[in-house]
Design a protein around this ligand. Structure first.
Ligand SMILES: Nc1ncnc2c1ncn2[C@@H]1O[C@H](COP(=O)(O)OP(=O)(O)O)[C@@H](O)[C@H]1O
Ligand code: SF4
Ligand SMILES: [Mg+2]
Length: 364
């Protein structure tokens, strides 16, 4: 896959207004036990995150499985109710809008799901599926619904003749195109795509990623693309947020993140990705193995949540949570001892090695 270079959004010349702003966003899923279903704890799936998404850009969100990426996606599209924090869309607080109040907003914010098999109703024709958003919003497109849906099918690389067919007649890649057509039907401003290609064959992934890219330029879309795969994220993103156990641990533009990652977790994730460019292959020989799995979000580690797996952890990491600070131009990182930068907590003794020797690579 080629990298995305052509359409990096213009650098801010004045204060840009974000399309989406998230402040202190929290989602705790209660764990209920016993006869009276008393709350016995909570899964801290998203635990206080802040970020902004600007018009026309793609924010990539990456992290191992279980880090809270999908929950974050469902929160910002308001498919689930946040436990705390704030979601603003075009400057409007949408955090606690009811289903009815959200209805007009649904035109502007759409989601593409991971699984192109379960996300399409097998009993409905493609025409019915792609025209559903028009019926729900009671919108009659110019030139008639059928024509419009057939145009949408062409836009995503399918044939207008597919209108009367059923999902089982299509391959995974084609089904994802149908899902994309449905998401784009009402010309949304923001599209949140949760692992849009991870259920597809590798050979098909690039086609769908390129389609998303083309549609973005053509329709002026803004994307939040969630993936555990760093090579997909690298291809599609202008800026990237790295999530770990419900937190954003690093947020930067693609170039600075890939050329000088600051968070040890980001560095470890990247070191596990093969370098596609043969000229650069020799330069990235250092491979960092992450030990173990992501700890449970029910009782995340104290201090820095990554300290149980970090080879740079010191005492302060176990007790004090590092805040997300801006260290370079727009490069934010939450770490006491960031890579490629002076320590946030100078004078701390860096452990020579982590308590156990690293064994496992990153999960995905
Ligand atoms: N509806 C739910 N109820 C309880 N726990 C949930 C629910 N949805 C997600 N979780 C938990 O929240 C954590 C984050 O999940 P998720 O957002 O799906 O992560 P990711 O998409 O990064 O893999 C996981 O531990 C998951 O089991
Ligand atoms: S704060 Fe400490 S434990 Fe956390 S990533 Fe940085 S060095 Fe590692
Ligand atoms: Mg997920």
């Amino acid at each position: 896959m080629l990298q995305k270079d052509a359409k990096i959004p213009e650098q801010p010349t004045g204060p840009r207004e974000p399309l989406l702003r998230v402040e202190g966003l929290v989602k705790h899923f209660p764990i209920r036990k016993g006869l009276f279903q008393r709350q016995a704890g909570a899964v801290k799936a998203v635990d206080g995150i802040d970020f902004e998404v600007y018009p026309g850009e793609t924010l990539g969100v990456v992290g191992e499985s279980g880090c809270g990426k999908s929950t974050m996606g469902r929160l910002i599209t308001r498919l689930i109710e946040p436990t705390g924090g704030k979601v603003e869309f075009e400057g409007r607080d949408i955090t606690h809008l009811s289903m009815g109040q959200m209805r007009p907003m649904r035109r502007d914010v759409q989601m593409i799901f991971q699984d192109p098999y379960s996300s399409l109703n097998p009993r409905h024709t493609i025409g019915t599926i792609v025209s559903a958003p028009f019926r729900l919003q009671k919108v009659e497109p110019e030139g008639g619904l059928k024509n419009h849906v057939q145009e949408l099918l062409s836009l995503v690389g399918l044939s207008p003749e597919h209108y009367n067919r059923y999902p089982h007649e299509f391959s995974g890649g084609q089904r994802q195109r149908i899902g994309i057509a449905r998401a784009l039907a009402l010309r949304p401003k923001l599209v949140v795509a949760d692992e849009p290609v991870s259920a597809l064959d590798v050979s098909i992934q690039a086609q769908v990623v390129n389609l998303l890219d083309d549609l973005q330029s053509e329709l002026g879309l803004t994307y939040v693309i969630i993936a555990h795969d760093l090579s997909v994220i690298r291809h599609v993103s202008d800026r990237i947020a790295v999530m770990y156990l419900g937190k954003v641990v690093e947020l930067a533009d693609r170039k600075s993140l890939y050329s000088a990652p600051m968070h040890p977790y980001t560095k470890a994730l990247m070191s596990a990705v093969p370098v596609p460019d043969p000229r650069r292959r020799g330069l990235k020989s250092e491979r960092i193995l992450l030990k173990g799995d992501v700890p449970s979000p029910i009782s995340p580690p104290s201090g820095c949540r990554f300290h149980t797996r970090c080879w740079k952890a010191t005492d302060i990491c176990k007790t004090q949570e590092p805040p997300l600070l801006t260290l370079g131009t727009g490069h934010q990182v939450a770490c006491h001892h960031p890579e490629n930068a002076p320590d946030q907590a100078p004078g701390q003794q860096v452990l020579a090695e982590a308590p156990d020797s690293p064994q496992d690579g990153p999960k995905e």
